[in-house]
Design a protein around this ligand. Sequence first.
Ligand SMILES: NC(=O)c1ccc[n+]([C@@H]2O[C@H](COP(=O)([O-])OP(=O)(O)OC[C@H]3O[C@@H](n4cnc5c(N)ncnc54)[C@H](OP(=O)(O)O)[C@@H]3O)[C@@H](O)[C@H]2O)c1
Length: 244
Amino acid sequence: MTKTVIVTGSSSGIGRDIARAFVARGDNVVVNGRDADKLAEVAAELGALAQVATFAGDIGSPATGSALVQAAVERFGGVDVLVNNAGIFGAKPFVDVTEADLDSYLGGNLKGTYFTTQAVVRQLQRQARGGSIVNIGTVLVNHALAGLPASAALISKGGVHALTTSLAAELAADRIRVNAVAPGIIRTPLFGDGDETASGRLALLNRIGEVSETTAAVLYLADAEFTTGHIFPVDGGFISGRAA
Ligand SMILES: NC(=O)c1ccc[n+]([C@@H]2O[C@H](COP(=O)([O-])OP(=O)(O)OC[C@H]3O[C@@H](n4cnc5c(N)ncnc54)[C@H](OP(=O)(O)O)[C@@H]3O)[C@@H](O)[C@H]2O)c1
């Protein structure tokens, strides 16, 4: 059955590949990012314009979540899957973090995920046929690195992990499943010109990951009818052990 999928932050990196994969298997996708030009470029690249709707907006504003749902309903008749991927990340020592830094992470990564999910869940409850939400967290929430101080970014992602398990319980009666993928280090524009060899050494598999590998986990969780409340690491073994 064709599904309709909203993927936030799908103009780049992990989200862009997730949108590509859903379109490739015949699903309808609503793509999103803050930069309208970048979004239009990605939509054109996806090629199957009949399956793609775009909405440019900051998920930190609750109006964006409502607009994404409206786009899905108007273009495709409803929504089945939400992938909360949009997010920013940066390292900064704890004592240097400003209120503006904190507001930026909490506003986009956490509040954005919260209100986008709220808009989608209201629609899923109206439809009364269940649904699936896949959040993108990070393994660094539980396995932090001294050399990458990122408390501001990580408390926002910790909130996303907590939201995942909390909503899995609250929404199970509606047959709405809520899971998360927790990536390790994945090659995207966010990784930039990071040291691939040093970062790869953090994983048992001795390399960084590719977007196709996070996408595979998202597709699985979107479809896995007996899986909810799970936070699934895609990290090359980063959290499971040390290479030496
Ligand atoms: N790459 C990694 O190693 C890694 C590891 C762990 C977790 N993650 C998580 O994976 C997700 C995707 O990261 P990525 O590596 O693919 O980064 P990326 O290439 O920088 O892509 C981020 C996407 O999110 C959009 N975005 C950011 N903030 C937004 C907001 N407030 N509202 C709407 N769109 C927003 C960006 O577009 P605009 O800038 O145009 O808005 C872009 O499309 C993020 O949540 C990130 O924290 C990544």
